[in-house]
Design a protein around this ligand. Structure first.
Ligand code: NAD
Length: 245
């Protein structure tokens, strides 16, 4: 039986690279995103993949999309909660609407998708991988909403691992360092880019594929005794103790 991965935010960036790697490794993939044209074009020509349109912050849309995935594929073996938004700013300049938008997608979306997939994952003794960020591990002067949302995703992962282990469901978290995606390039100034290059031991941004490799490994049977872990795929940044730019 071919395994099925559900990847949110799969229309581009890390989510698309993850969907492509799952396919290369023989999985079938449910690709979810709210950006319909981008998802259609990303999914076109990917054999074994199917597009599902969904805003992960909307409970009703999540319920419908997961039901559609199960109607089409019949099972879910791995859930990758990757969809996210970035909105950088200090507390004085972050109004409540901006704060709520970040929390709704980055945190509520992970909660809602995980809850909706729970019964299916119990049946397959599947895995959840939540995508947080090094911004959830370190404080910075610019990331009151984004950093807080990602720190919460790290704790949510640990809660999930503690609770769902008895059902055979493994839950882990990946904290990417900087990757040149649309999301990052919208909020990384040249100053931030230069500072990252200096601060990261490998002296470079990561690629989408390098993050996808860690995600797919954690979903695979090769990681069968790994749960509740927070894995930084960040070129060594977190190990240095240097502050976020
Ligand atoms: P990206 O902008 O390339 O892709 C994000 C995708 O999520 C897009 O396709 C977007 O349409 C989708 N999305 C956004 N809100 C959604 C919603 N409400 N419902 C459904 N889909 C939604 O960004 P990326 O860099 O590939 O980000 C993927 C994840 O990696 C995010 O959670 C992000 O916070 C995290 N991350 C990225 C970096 C980086 O430097 N790129 C670093 C650390 C963590």
């Amino acid at each position: 039986m071919q395994k099925v991965a559900l990847v949110t935010g799969a229309a581009r960036g890390i989510g698309l690279a993850t969907a492509q790697l799952f396919l290369e490794q023989g999985w079938r993939v449910a690709m979810l995103d709210r950006d319909v044209p981008a998802l259609d074009s990303a999914c076109a020509g990917l054999e074994g993949a199917r597009a599902f349109y969904c805003d992960v912050s909307e409970p009703a849309e999540v319920e419908t999309a997961v039901a559609e995935v199960l109607a089409h594929f019949g099972r879910i073996d791995a859930l990758v909660n990757n969809a996210g938004v970035a909105d950088f700013g200090p507390i004085a300049e972050t109004d409540f609407k901006r704060w709520r938008n970040v929390m709704a997608v980055n945190l509520d979306g992970v909660f809602l998708m995980s809850q909706a997939c729970l019964d299916a994952l119990k049946e397959t003794q599947g895995a959840i991988v939540n995508i947080a960020s090094i911004s959830g591990l370190r404080a910075s002067t610019l990331r009151v909403a984004y950093g807080t949302s990602k720190a919460a995703v790290i704790q949510l992962t640990k809660q999930q691992a503690a609770e769902l282990g008895e059902d055979g469901i493994r839950c882990n978290c990946v904290c990417p360092g900087p990757v040149r995606t649309k999301l990052a390039m919208a909020v990384h100034s040249q100053e931030i880019i230069d500072a990252y290059h200096d601060a990261i031991p490998l002296n470079r941004y990561g690629s989408e594929r390098e993050i996808a490799e860690v995600i797919v490994f954690l979903c695979s049977d090769k990681a069968s005794y790994v749960t509740g872990q927070v894995v930084a795929a960040d070129g060594g940044f977190e190990s240095t103790g240097v502050g976020l730019p």
